[in-house]
Design a protein around this ligand. Sequence first.
Ligand SMILES: [Zn+2]
Ligand SMILES: [Zn+2]
Length: 337
Amino acid sequence: MKAAVLHEIGKPLVIEEVPTPQPGPGQVLIRVEACGVCHSDLHLAGGDWDLLRGATKIPLILGHEAAGHVAAVGEGVTTPKVGDRVGVPWIHYTCGECEFCKEGKEELCLKQKVTGCMVDGGFAEYMLAPATHAAPLPASLDLAEIAPQLCAGLTVYKAIKAAGVTAGQRMAVFGAGGLGHLAIQIAKAMGVQVGAIDIADDKLEFAKSLGAEWTMNAAEPVHKKLRTMGGVHVAMVCAASAPAYETALRCLRRGGTMAVVGMANEPFKVSAVSLISTEAHIVASAVGTRADLQELFALMEKHPIKCKIERRPLDDVNQIFDEMTRGAILGRIVLTM
Ligand SMILES: [Zn+2]
Ligand SMILES: [Zn+2]
């Protein structure tokens, strides 16, 4: 099969022919039809995260937003069946037995395996997944449009849940890119009054077209403006920027919550005094669980939540990484096989 392979961290991927994997007991072989390209792929390929660098398998097929059909099943697999539509998210495997799995927090599983990092992912024509973790996909949605929801959509859906925002409350999304533009739509579908903040006016226009009730350029005195509106119940930071976090904290209503989503490389400052005096909360959210993913799909079937995607061939992957590094992408790129 054709695959994009990382042979050395920090080097471009190599498009090459590799043996098609065979499903072992409990596994399914998936014919990948679409796989989203996530910023995490770029960071893994560049070895940017110390936490995962040591765990990254080499050679590696990246990609953790894969959608396709089951092509074959291994011994003992009854569901899914050959021909079923399935997706493979970031969480490839969880043990089901550790204290976190038992608490329903499988994203914190101690024996978790990560797709396209510790095991091969979806930048290929075929891939393997445990039958238990291959997510059933709704028949009504296009596979290329579903693909980015498996990571980007799921991550922000889970963060919105973790932040506890409810219908009628005010929420500000910092960063209207790949994650932020989905957060706006998901929050809106949940009846939240959502607005967007970004440094780029084209992204703010985009946010407006998706239903953001207000938009502000980060160059404006954002916290002053939001405080005249009473502050926000939730500020979700999707931008990978420490200043965005510091501004977001100042925009909260008393008792409000800042949701940590964007992976800023540098630390941000928090004042204990202002946290205490306003009883502010800070919640962080990793990816969602299998159950969260099915909740998101149910929401998508009722509401027009769409990821802005551009379909590109697998051969373009290194060029796509360059474009992502330059910030030249609005929405999400999906590789189609
Ligand atoms: Zn991702
Ligand atoms: Zn576990």
